[in-house]
Design a protein around this ligand. Structure first.
Ligand SMILES: [Zn+2]
Length: 302
């Protein structure tokens, strides 16, 4: 099993430097966070970066800890199209998969029940985590039903369906959860291609957070984002390739109005999902027609 997992290198602080130097993130990382540790910081002398003494701990400052298992993955799982596709992607690449869903004060909390049903049917260990504090931190249309939902992204700001800090809290919690169970790999369904104006769906944020999680717990987690550079049509194609097209189409809940499957049809999430689906189905049909035409030509020649 899985060569993919075994060959994956966990991002360390140097990756953050590379990110800043080469990848040109849309939101630059502050120099203080991006700078490699200075010589002073590696000793017990004053570090010019912060102007006060920093004591670098020895290499083995902690009690013996559980070694993270390279064959295990934890999927941040909402039961929507993206995370369900990621769940089955993880099942293909890792020997042991666990799903973690969050109850964060979302209006359509039954998405967690749908997620549990999908996970159990897929033979995946399922956990639900209380993160109710998130809904008390900010006002947004996913946790406050009295707030009319933005149908389109306002200029210069995320839509009010953005839940500030959600992916940050989810992944930080998931990493602690994973560490306690010896799970090395974290999987999330965020995508920069169709990111709807949510800053915490972008590659630069995930890479930065991966480094932070590793530094925070002195671990070598790897955060996987299989959908990062896929559009919705390509995400449908991946679900089809994984053999779960019908399951994703009929059983997942992406709709902001809480309707599973094809949803309400008019909220921004449904719009994006349907557009991708129609594009993919058109492409699939054209491919099938080309294949049939080639087969007929071959048969005519023989
Ligand atoms: Zn909808």
């Amino acid at each position: 099993m899985p060569n993919f997992a075994a060959e994956t290198r966990a991002p360390g602080p140097e990756c953050l430097s590379n990110l800043v130097k080469n990848k040109k993130p849309m939101y630059p990382i502050p120099p203080s966070a991006a700078a490699p540790p200075c010589a002073a910081a590696r000793t017990a002398t004053a570090c010019p970066l912060v102007g006060k003494p920093i004591v670098q701990p020895s290499l083995s400052p902690f009690p013996e800890k559980m070694k993270l298992d390279n064959t295990r993955a934890l999927v941040v799982f909402s039961g929507g199209q993206d995370s369900t596709t990621c769940l089955f992607w993880a099942k293909r690449h890792f020997a042991h998969v666990t799903a973690l869903s969050f109850v964060y004060g979302q209006t359509h909390v039954h998405e967690v029940d749908l997620a549990e049903a999908i996970a159990r049917e897929a033979g995946v260990e399922f956990h639900r985590m209380d993160a109710g504090f998130i809904s008390g931190l900010s006002r947004n249309a996913l946790t406050d039903p009295s707030l009319p939902m933005d149908e389109e992204k306002p200029a210069g700001a995320p839509p009010n369906t953005f839940v500030p800090g959600r992916n940050l809290f989810f992944l930080a919690t998931a990493a602690v959860f994973a560490r306690e169970r010896g799970i090395r790999h974290l999987v999330t369904g965020v995508s920069q291609t169709d990111y709807s104006g949510y800053p915490d769906c972008r590659d630069s944020f995930i890479r930065s957070l991966n480094v932070t999680l590793n530094l925070a717990m002195d671990e070598q987690f790897v955060v996987h984002t299989p959908l990062m550079w896929l559009d919705k049509a390509q995400t449908w194609a991946l679900a089809d390739e994984l053999g779960v097209f019908d399951l994703v189409r009929t059983r997942t809940l992406t709709c902001y109005n809480g309707i599973p499957g094809d949803g309400c049809g008019h909220c921004p999430a449904c719009h994006l999902r349907r557009q991708g689906l129609e594009t993919y189905l058109r492409e699939r049909e054209a491919r099938t027609e080309r294949h049939e035409a080639r087969t007929e030509q071959r048969e005519a020649r023989t």
